[in-house]
Design a binder for this molecule. Structure first.
Ligand code: CP
Length: 304
């Protein structure tokens, strides 16, 4: 494995190796001294062309905990605002000797392009509406941690599937790992290609909830919407929001997830988001160990 661009590129064994390595590394994160010397002398560049809180900070924390040198690049305040292209930005970073480039970009396919221009490993931290593979890995890690397995788990992914790179990466990864995914959304918020995805589709959240082991709520991505996809926020919330009454339909061991950032009160109520069966805060912590595992496996070898 040279790059981590799509969750669909991972075989079952590769995906499990990342999760198992993350589990080992989680033990280190519990110690008072969290740092490991594993990536000493390696350089990790975080290249963020789109806003991020969780992914940017956790990649930085992951690289630092493995003792890598970290260069943080944000498009705001850089020469990108003067019109510099992705390729020229990439070549500038290449000249600084990056062993790994973590990229978030608004254009689907940008990490794939970047992989042609740099010698180091490319890790996709979210590209447009395409993929967010480390999010799917940390989600799978969080499910396995809470429920003890992935094989046969019934996972409902609910909301704005059309604009969600998290949904696509989760469907690809979870199907590889033997979970059964159902996407739940209004027809307007499903991509046309969804029938080719390895999952079920439903428009009826109330029918899906009682059977689900995991309910993953997605943010309604208003910033990517250039048309009206539903009548009003209130109507969306009434049909597809996870509130107290819907939460009561879940079986006792089911968990609630959200990749963040949340629109509290729209796709998820504050009460549900903060309940003990919500994994939302754990997901953020698990993001650091899963990203440590990905960096370690990609650039931690002897021959780098
Ligand atoms: N889940 C996620 O990707 O969050 P950020 O946009 O804050 O990185």
């Amino acid at each position: 494995m040279k790059h981590l661009i799509s969750a669909g590129d991972l075989s079952r064994d590769e995906a499990l190796l990342i999760l198992d390595t993350a589990e080992e590394l989680a033990r280190v994160s519990g110690r008072s001294i969290k740092k490991l010397p594993t990536l000493r002398g390696r350089t990790v560049v975080n290249l963020f062309f789109e806003d991020s809180t969780r992914t940017r900070i956790s990649f930085e924390a992951a690289a630092k905990r493995l003792s890598a040198d970290v260069i943080n690049f944000s498009a705001k305040g850089s020469s990108v605002s003067k019109g510099e292209s992705l390729k020229d930005t990439a070549l500038t970073l290449e000249a600084m000797g990056a062993d790994a480039v973590v990229i978030r970009h608004g254009a689907s396919g940008a990490p794939h392009r970047l992989a042609n221009w740099v010698r180091g490993s490319v890790l996709n931290a979210g590209d447009g509406t395409h993929e967010h593979p480390t999010q799917a890995l940390l989600d799978a890690f969080s499910m396995r941690q809470r429920l003890g397995r992935l094989e046969g788990l019934k996972v409902a992914i609910v909301g704005d599937i059309l604009h969600s790179r998290v949904a696509r990466s989760n469907v690809l990864l979870l199907s590889t790992l033997g979970a059964e995914v159902t996407l739940v959304a209004p027809p307007t918020l499903l991509p046309v290609s969804v029938e080719r995805w390895p999952c079920q589709v439903s428009y009826d959240l109330d029918a899906v909830l009682p059977k689900a082991d995991v309910v993953m709520m997605l943010r309604v991505q208003l910033e990517r919407m250039n048309a009206a996809y539903f009548p009003s926020a209130r109507e969306y919330s009434r049909r597809y929001g996870l509130d107290r009454d819907r939460f009561a339909k879940l079986h006792d061991d089911a968990i609630v997830m959200h990749p963040g950032p949340m629109n509290r009160g729209m796709e998820i109520s504050a009460e549900v988001a903060d309940s003990p069966r919500s994994t939302i805060v754990e997901q953020v912590g698990n993001g650091v160990t899963v990203r440590m595992a990905a960096l370690y496996l990609l650039i931690g070898g002897e021959n780098q």
